[in-house]
Design a protein around this ligand. Structure first.
Ligand SMILES: NC(=O)C1=CN([C@@H]2O[C@H](COP(=O)(O)OP(=O)(O)OC[C@H]3O[C@@H](n4cnc5c(N)ncnc54)[C@H](O)[C@@H]3O)[C@@H](O)[C@H]2O)[C@@H](O)CC1
Ligand SMILES: Nc1ncnc2c1ncn2[C@@H]1O[C@H](COP(=O)(O)OP(=O)(O)O)[C@@H](O)[C@H]1O
Ligand SMILES: [Mg+2]
Length: 281
């Protein structure tokens, strides 16, 4: 097991070459946010953009359009219930994040199915929130995981639903056994989040704390992972995931020195300065 330290940041976050443009920093598609949980996908999409992804499109309920463009006008929008627009956006993405605030009804299920059917292994797929809960309830989706090798970002309850390992019994041996069956990376979110990589290695977070226990914090992390993967295109993307997870909690720790609780929006506001300070000298 490898305990993550701040060294991971300047290994991943590098100075941008002058001769580059938005096309070099990745196209991200975020899919989620029903009419009840619009905030989740807006937080995730904001995090993607503040991390520096080149082009970001949000597939969400049309109910969220005004809020999305008010908060991040940098984001493009498609209505997530337009099948052909969703398929087109999926085809054009380098990184896909599905799940924050997607919900679990029939419409949500249909959207998840389209994403899983049209994503390809060459794309990076991150599966979070409601999408994990739906996969736990619909085992017919499991073969897609084995083909696409996604990054799953469950909290302990979502991991219990998916793996059938009770929270009180979740340990590295049991978690690794099930994660290896899924052939997916698993970012198991909790106090001191643990990351199970596909090669069997384990990264352990030793920062972060209860000031982060606010709804939307995981949606923001999922967006940061997507934003990091879009632009830092290492062959071994394990390090990129580790860096995003570390940065999320390191920003929270910094804010928590002067604030009792840290809001997801506070983290998003700090991402750009934090990344600037993390570039190798
Ligand atoms: N502003 C928004 O629109 C928000 C939307 N959200 C979305 O709502 C959907 C449902 O997600 P939720 O996670 O709220 O609901 P879930 O029902 O999936 O999980 C929450 C339950 O898990 C329990 N739990 C146990 N261990 C936990 C751990 N380590 N971390 C977190 N919870 C733990 C909690 O006590 C709670 O009862 C997701 O799609 C999510 O993205 C949430 O992110 C909250 C904010
Ligand atoms: N006590 C805590 N210590 C450290 N991190 C925490 C704590 N509580 C919550 N977090 C972090 O906040 C995030 C919560 O994720 P999640 O439950 O999916 O949030 P949401 O779905 O509401 O966005 C995770 O990154 C988790 O590690
Ligand atoms: Mg969540």
């Amino acid at each position: 097991m490898h305990v993550l330290s701040k060294n991971i940041l300047n290994q991943i976050i590098t100075t941008r070459p002058s001769e580059s443009h938005k096309g070099n920093y990745g196209r991200v598609l975020t899919v989620g946010g029903n009419s009840q949980f619009g905030g989740a996908i807006i937080l995730a999409t904001s995090a993607v953009i503040h991390c520096g992804a080149g082009l970001s499109t949000c597939a969400t309920s049309v109910d969220n359009l005004t809020a999305l463009h008010t908060i991040v006008p940098e984001a493009m929008f498609i209505p997530f219930d337009s099948e052909y627009k969703l398929i087109d956006a999926l085809t054009n993405a380098d990184v896909i994040l599905v799940g924050p605030g997607l919900g679990t009804n029939e419409d949500s299920l249909k959207i998840l199915q389209i994403v899983l059917q049209h994503a390809i292994p060459e794309q990076q797929l991150i599966i979070d929130g409601s999408a994990i809960t739906m996969i736990a309830e619909h085992h017919e989706f499991l073969p897609f995981l084995k083909e696409l090798h996604p990054i799953l970002t469950p909290h302990q309850m979502e991991w219990q639903r998916l793996s059938n390992i009770k929270i009180s019994e979740q340990d590295d041996i049991k978690n690794t056994l099930y994660q290896q069956k899924l052939q997916s990376t698993v970012v198991l979110k909790k106090y001191h989040t643990t990351i199970y990589h596909r090669d069997g290695s384990i990264s352990q977070l030793a920062i972060g704390g209860p000031y982060m226990a606010t709804g939307g914090m995981g949606d923001t992390l999922a967006g940061m992972i997507a934003g990091f993967l879009a632009q830092f295109k290492l062959k071994n993307y394990d390090y990129v995931v580790d860096a995003a997870v570390y940065a999320h909690s390191a920003i929270a720790d910094k804010i928590s020195t002067t604030k009792y609780v840290v809001l997801p929006t506070n983290i998003i506001t700090e991402i750009q300065s934090f990344m600037k300070l993390s570039v190798a000298p």
